[in-house]
Design a protein around this ligand. Structure first.
Ligand SMILES: Cc1ncc(COP(=O)(O)O)c(C=O)c1O
Length: 411
């Protein structure tokens, strides 16, 4: 939980690094598991297989709903998404012979990674601008942002019109051209937008109606962040493809994973029975990373950290919502993933970026590290983000709230 700077100053890490050190810092058993793995088998490629990868894949399948258990390992969240997009394109063509299904629908403000495909799915124009034109065939619909929604912010709750936009785009583009929809259960780095009640169910129904695959990007939300083991479990849906990274190893070593259903796996099987998804990664699913993943999941499940995320997260939300400050426009999130919109007036004018940076600096001076959405929408870099390790206790939650209250008071 604590980090130290070179002068020995202690900080409470309210961001778990970058939404990733889920089990917290200083977990000796992960270090020992990696050292033992390196001594036993430093490397072997996944063009063959090796024990740690097989064991980790089985462990993940055991935690996921039945039928979601075909795992492809890579090195990062971006690669996990890249893999998912490639799988979706190839699989959609196999499932719909004669059609050319390649388009992918994503949401504005969503983040999916820095590689060209994942960046093309990312709905954050400032991150894309320097590299355009990106990969063809990606389109974006509005996110579920009830606070600023042009469809329903005047209504008491979300009308799911933003979900229906996906159907409109599929029909406008031509059903036979759309391969997949990709969505985070809670948009994270883009400003923390949880899927409202019924949203993922509506998206799932639309995908089913048009034979479109649903990719759920769990890179931030996976492994306890939102108060359940997986973010999609807040809904009743089953995704077709899932992507993981960060919390899979709690960032002790790099590892990404893409998980597909049995139905998708079967679509890749050729006449000779062999599954053909031709993609090679030298380091993907490295034995040491898989050993870190196994030790990490052992801690996560032994300590049932998603339950702590739900309980302390609820406490944190209660304390934050009790703050009386004219700067707080909206508070939203799930579990230990919190976004606070900081505004300057009743018209929801976002606090300018330079002052957001100043606010973060104030909190750092108070010994607390908090995050902020960055480069996601021009002019709207005004969401403070909390995503601490899932081991956070109530006293530490109080420290976070105290630092935020103090920072806002000095604005
Ligand atoms: C939802 C989501 N998907 C994908 C990624 C990309 O992961 P990485 O930075 O490991 O490439 C991120 C990174 O923050 C993310 O938040």
């Amino acid at each position: 939980m604590l980090r130290f700077d070179p002068d020995g100053r202690r900080y409470l890490d309210g961001m778990a690094g970058l939404f990733c050190v889920n089990v917290g810092y200083g977990r000796r058993e992960i270090v020992d598991a990696v050292a033992a793995q390196m001594a036993q088998l430093a490397y072997y490629p996944l063009t063959q297989s090796h024990g740690p990868a097989a064991r980790l894949a089985a462990r993940m399948a055991g935690l996921l709903p039945r039928g979601l258990g075909r795992v492809f390992f890579s090195n990062s969240g971006s690669e996990a998404v890249e893999t998912a997009l490639k799988m979706a394109r190839q699989c959609a063509r196999r499932m719909h012979p004669g059609e050319n299904r390649y388009k992918v629908i994503a949401r504005h403000r969503g983040y999916h990674g820095f590689t060209m495909g994942a960046l093309s799915a990312t709905g954050q124009s400032p991150r894309r601008a320097a590299f355009e034109p990106l990969v063809p065939g990606f389109m974006h619909v509005p996110p579920p942002d009830h606070y600023r929604c042009s469809f329903c912010s005047s209504q008491p709750s979300c009308t799911l019109t933003c979900a229906d936009e996906i159907e409109r785009v599929i029909r406008m583009e031509g059903t036979e051209t759309v391969a997949a929809v990709i969505a985070e259960p809670v948009i994270g780095g883009g400003g923390v937008f949880p899927a409202p009640d019924g949203y993922l169910e509506r998206v799932r129904a639309i995908c089913d109606r048009y034979g479109v695959l649903l990719i759920i990007d769990e890179v931030i939300t996976g492994f306890g962040r939102t108060g359940k083991l997986f973010g999609f479990e807040h809904s009743g849906i089953q995704p077709d493809i899932l992507t993981f990274a960060k919390g899979l190893t709690s960032a002790y070593l790099p590892l990404g994973a893409t998980v597909a259903t049995e139905r998708i796996f079967e679509a890749f099987q050729a006449e000779d029975g062999e599954a053909k998804f031709a993609q090679v990664s030298t380091f993907g699913g490295h034995p040491s990373s898989c050993a870190a993943g196994l030790a990490n999941l052992e801690i996560l499940t032994r300590e049932r950290l998603w339950e702590n995320s739900a309980a302390v997260g609820a406490y944190l939300f209660e304390k934050l919502r009790a703050l009386r400050s004219p700067w707080i426009g909206d508070i939203r999130g799930a579990g230990l993933l919190v976004g606070m919109e900081i505004v300057t007036d009743a018209n929801k004018t976002p606090l300018p970026e330079a002052r957001m940076v100043q606010l973060q600096r104030e909190m750092r001076e108070a010994g607390v590290l908090v995050g902020r959405n960055n480069d996601s929408v021009p002019g709207y870099c005004n969401v403070l983000i909390l995503s601490p390790p899932l081991t956070l206790n109530r006293e530490q939650a109080d420290t976070l709230v105290g630092a935020i209250e103090g920072g806002l008071a000095r604005l």
